[in-house]
Design a protein around this ligand. Structure first.
Ligand SMILES: [Mg+2]
Length: 372
């Protein structure tokens, strides 16, 4: 199954609401930036990273896929994922300019496309190809009801609807106002509305400093928060370790870590309780598995960050034994041949061969962008 072509693509897909914000980002579209890899026998695998739909930087990713990785992959045996991953990730010239950011996002897209190809060739869904399901019930938690840009009234209404109508027992709310007391008030109002049995996680997106986080955690003690995600600057191992020791709220992080080495630093420092790898930021599924295995060896739960909006992570979470629950944001699912769907708060287990990453032809036509 030799690789014949590698064709990069950029899709800018509109959100299901007009725009959303957390403490550090405001977006109107989600960028699906990736590669279609076709073999000589005509099979095509799709992989992509997730972006904030910034066309200039999306084109840097597709240029890396086309000009750097494409040249190294055409004519290669597509099945040899481990060897090909090493060839790309450890290429002397690319390693010099990469190991994070653009080259790693491009590597993620290529790697996911290779795994999609391999499981399509085997004729089974990715979770089954990897070794079968650990469970028949993968619970979802809803992030899409909790954006910082929502008014308190909309926050309460959305949380109540997710719990009472859609069957979620877990939700995540964004925090990170200039005055943390504003966040305490919003969280207390939602807790009062949904009751004690709903698991409420929070996400700061790296906005606050250590003393602000410590003061916030002290004031939030009675809210029974399930985890505090990205409380601090993403790379600051030491401050996360200090915070973890000063609060009973478990720390979650990982969505902006690009390597297994970065995860090891946080885990070794006991600075993280919930490990959040993302195939779109790590070097794809290949490095995700290394991180999930590392978490497993340290007896830490894995709760992936859904940078691909769960199209791939639903497979990995049904399979990997360290997995627990999975994020749900429904922005882009309807642009794929096999959407990542939730019913009564539980992910449907994918049934089609592959990684569920094949975009619809109509979505390519309508939302595809020029590579420049
Ligand atoms: Mg987050």
């Amino acid at each position: 199954m030799k690789i014949r072509t590698i064709e990069p693509f950029i899709l800018h897909l509109p959100l299901t609401s007009d725009s959303i914000s957390d403490s550090t980002h405001s977006i109107t579209h989600w960028g699906v930036v990736g590669a279609a890899i076709t073999t000589e026998d005509g099979l095509t695998g799709y992989g992509f990273t997730g972006t904030h739909a910034h066309l200039a930087s999306d084109r840097l990713i597709t240029a890396c896929i086309r000009d750097c990785y494409g040249a190294l992959l055409v004519g290669e045996e597509a099945d040899d994922i481990t060897r090909l991953w090493t060839k790309l990730a450890r290429h002397p010239s690319l390693q010099w300019v990469g190991r994070a950011g653009i080259t790693q996002l491009a590597l993620a897209a290529v790697d996911v496309a290779l795994w999609d190809l391999k499981s399509k060739k085997a004729g089974v869904p990715l979770w089954q190809y990897l070794g079968g399901a650990r469970t028949d019930r993968l619970e979802a938690y809803n992030t899409d009801i909790g954006w910082l840009s929502f008014s308190e009234e909309d926050l309460i209404t959305g949380a109540a609807r997710a719990v009472e109508e859609d069957g979620f027992t877990r939700i995540k709310l964004k925090v990170g106002h200039e005055d943390p007391n504003a966040d305490i008030r919003r969280l207390a109002a939602v807790r009062k509305r949904v009751g004690a049995d709903v698991r409420i996680a929070i996400d700061g997106n790296g906005k606050w400093d250590l003393p602000t986080c410590q003061r916030f955690c002290e004031r939030a003690r009675d809210l029974d928060l399930y985890w505090f995600e990205e409380p601090l600057w993403y790379d600051d191992v030491g401050s996360h370790a200090v915070l973890a020791r000063s609060t009973s709220i478990p720390i979650a992080l990982g969505e902006q870590l690009y390597t297994v080495d970065a995860f090891r630093a946080f885990i070794d420092a006991r600075a993280v309780a919930y490990v959040q790898p993302d195939v779109t930021r790590l070097g794809g599924i290949t490095e995700y598995i290394q991180v999930a295995d590392l978490a497993l060896a340290n007896r830490l739960p894995v709760v992936p960050h859904a940078g691909e909006m769960s199209q791939v992570h639903v497979h990995l979470s049904y399979w990997h034994p360290a997995s627990t629950i999975l994020e749900y944001i429904p922005w882009i699912k309807d642009h794929f041949e096999e959407p990542a769907n939730v019913r009564d708060g539980v992910y449907l287990r994918p049934q089609q061969p592959g990684a569920s990453t094949s975009p619809l032809a109509a979505s390519f036509e309508r939302y595809g962008k020029s590579l420049g």
